[in-house]
Design a binder for this molecule. Sequence first.
Ligand code: ATP
Length: 234
Amino acid sequence: MLEVNNINAFYGNVQVLWDVSLKVNQGEIVALIGANGAGKSTLVHAITGLMPIASGSIKFLDKQIDRLPPHIITELGISHIPEGRKLFTEMSVHENLELGAYSKPAWKKKQDTLERVYKIFPRLKEREKQLARTLSGGEQQMVAMGRGLMSIPKLCIIDEPSNGLAPLVVMEVFKIVQALRDQGITILLIEQNVRHTLEISDRAYVLENGRVVMEGDCATCLASEHIKKAYLGL
Ligand code: ATP
């Protein structure tokens, strides 16, 4: 579904992605893990059209997308649920969700999609008129995920959804990620909560200093001495 081939990216003269390649197949949860500053956000921004790449290519459903603007990439079916939720805090839950359906095709189906989102997140239905800033961290993450679904994506890139949440809420968020996959949405999950991420994902890529240093199925990654030492504190 998604094919990133040998991409290189720079901020000014500083190279931050080095020959990065990654694949996501339909129906998978693929984990992208790495420490702060490894280049995860830069890679996501390259996929979503926010960061130009210097070389390499990015294909989505066999179409080259690396020169396309972000709104077209969204319309093609990639939704980015950003790190830190990035909600409009003075707007209601309902208004935040509607904003996710800004593209013409999504806007036409907005009512049906909204009902689907409220089915996945019944708590958001109960709070639809509440301002986003009055919600708990977990509920705000639900709004961010619901807003991402409003564009009717085929691939959801979920960036650090567990960030800043209490352990029980983190478990709930990971269950929701699995539920989305079970509903047919393919997921690229960027996380620093490595253990849980590897437990729910099919395959993983490990990014260090802008390079993919390991890739494989999650059981192999969990058993790797490097992962145990560097990411699981064992
Ligand atoms: P985090 O988990 O902290 O978000 P990350 O893995 O997403 O980290 P990036 O944000 O992609 O990492 O950063 C990769 C490198 O690029 C880091 O060295 C960072 O300092 C640098 N960087 C990120 N954004 C910019 C920018 N706008 N200008 C210059 N350098 C940047």
